[in-house]
Ligand binder design. Sequence first.
Ligand SMILES: [Zn+2]
Length: 121
Amino acid sequence: MEECRLCRIINNENDKFLYEDEFVIIVPTNKMKGHKKRIMIVSKSHLDNNIEITTFEDIFRKYCYEYFDEEPTCIIASPEYATITNHWHRIACDWIGEDMLQCWYTPHLAIKTKGKWNRSE
Ligand SMILES: [Zn+2]
């Protein structure tokens, strides 16, 4: 059986990990789609992408709060349109990118970050 794309990242790209614990990793996505920052959290074991795993989602939200420190908010896309459905993951990015419209129209969660609205002051 061919290894899935997310398993391949977990098994071969640990030099890219931003965060790792027993259950999940966080890595920058391969495609940035014009965003300054675009990351995903991936479960280490195969879990259905549509289930809500509150502990993993909390880890990701806390990570995003620090990671998107140049933006007042970032978004976490809902798994509704994910292309990989059998391996749990969530993607977060800043608002500005080639897929901005898609970001707006895809159900998403806006996350407050430690960034400020007005950085010139
Ligand atoms: Zn996988």
